[in-house]
Design a protein around this ligand. Sequence first.
Ligand code: SAM
Length: 217
Amino acid sequence: MLAVTEPDFLRDTRVSYNAMAASYTEHFKSGIDDMPIDRAVLAVFAELVRRTGNVDAVDVGSGPGHVTEYLKSLGLNIFGIDLSSEMVALARGMRPGVRFEEGSMTALELPEGSLGGVCAWYSTIHIPDAELPGVLSGFRRVLEPGGWLVLAFQSGDHVQHYDEGFGHALSLDFYRREAAHVAELLGAAGFEVYTRTERGPNPDEKTSQAYLTARAV
Ligand SMILES: C[S@@+](CC[C@H](N)C(=O)[O-])C[C@H]1O[C@@H](n2cnc3c(N)ncnc32)[C@H](O)[C@@H]1O
């Protein structure tokens, strides 16, 4: 029998989010209600996807699912995928009208060219630099030409390791990236960057935030 070994970063990310899923969900329970820029970027993304005529979409790294639910309310036929079974269970419990599945953005089991939209909202932040080009190519593979990708992430150019969060032991890396760098990677993966938005940190945030929308070419 062939033994398939999971990369350490995926195992560590899953175990960390499983441990803190309930605390994380409670802490961020207001979701994007107090985030006008987030809602605006997501609304632009949803409209761009609707205009393609293919509203099938996926939210990768959906966590508690508030972004998935918001995009669904904006007319997308969207479901969430998350690495953490605990996050998926919580999202399903809180949002019974939305579909959530366990899976990894590093191996999307979706037909090539099938989607009008891919959303990765603060989830590529746990993908190591060496793996990110492959993940972006995977997003391009599942999108039809003309389909849309939206990314949100913290700005910066360093990695932060957390071994504790909300009182739980973790082993979780956060990759801060500059929007210009991610835009270059998107170009190499078969995307054309359409909007680039940056905002300063809110009082409870340590970094500026970056949001990119890109068209699959
Ligand atoms: C910072 S949370 C963001 C959750 C949600 N998108 C939000 O904005 O609230 C990151 C989420 O991405 C998930 N995640 C991390 N790596 C992943 C991967 N390779 N595939 C799928 N989900 C992943 C984590 O389990 C976690 O739920």
